[in-house]
Ligand binder design. Structure first.
Ligand code: MTE
Ligand code: MO
Length: 209
């Protein structure tokens, strides 16, 4: 057995989940075209099983007047690149839950973006104080390629759970698969246990495809 085989692997950053590598810069990754922002018709809606049974909606100015938060978080794409220690500021998802409360029995949300992109989340993950509808990254407004005017950041899950160009949140009384979750990606998407693909799912991980 050669000496080199007994050498320990180089220390890796403990913030990197298994199978991920660091990336210099911030790649742009999405399916489909980049939507054009139309300020006059843009709105942010909350619909589905709301407590009032009414739809809530903010226009662009109204959304930007909501209470704001700033978090630091890492970003992990299922294609294996990670970006560490970004600063994200915007509106906490928990603030949306306070201002537009869900009805009793809501267990999941679907976050909807332009062109029908969507991602489903358990309500508990959505309610985490670190889940944020970000308008800024490292102090700068998001570029349109990265989701201007608003994208979701869910630090604890793979980045496909964070739609760019968000337009709506749907409160749901049962889980339903979003865009990538219907197309072979894992319903839960925990990077620390490498929940990458739907074939890895256990029955309790989500609804059937
Ligand atoms: N609307 C929309 N949001 C999206 C996607 C998409 O295809 N459409 N791709 C997701 C995926 S897979 C990743 S890794 C991140 C990439 O974000 P970035 O382009 O800012 O790096 O956006 C997520 N949000
Ligand atoms: Mo991704």
């Amino acid at each position: 057995m050669g000496q080199s085989e007994q050498e320990p692997p180089p220390p890796s950053d403990p913030r990197l989940p298994p199978g991920q590598r660091l990336q210099r810069g911030w790649p742009v990754l999405h399916y489909g075209p980049v939507p054009r922002f139309k300020p006059l018709t843009w709105d942010f809606q909350v619909f589905g099983a709301t407590a009032s049974a009414e739809k809530h909606s903010w226009d662009h100015e109204g959304f930007h007047r909501l209470p704001r938060t700033t978090i630091r978080a890492d970003f992990h794409c299922v294609t294996r690149f990670s970006m560490l220690d970004s600063e994200w500021s915007g509106v906490a998802a928990s603030t949306v839950l306070e201002l537009a409360p869900p009805a009793p029995g809501v267990s999941h949300v679907m976050v909807w973006a332009e062109y029908g992109y969507s991602a489903n989340l358990p309500l508990a993950v959505f309610a985490d104080p670190r889940t944020v509808f970000a308008t800024h990254h490292d102090g700068e407004p998001l570029t349109v390629e990265h989701g201007f005017p608003v994208r979701l950041i869910v630090p604890q899950l793979y980045a496909w759970k964070g739609p760019k160009w968000v337009r709506a949140v749907e409160y749901m009384r049962a889980d339903r698969r979003g865009f990538w979750e219907e197309r072979g990606y894992h319903n839960r998407a925990d990077p620390w246990t490498e929940q990458r693909y739907s074939y890895q799912e256990e029955p309790q991980d989500g609804p059937l495809r």
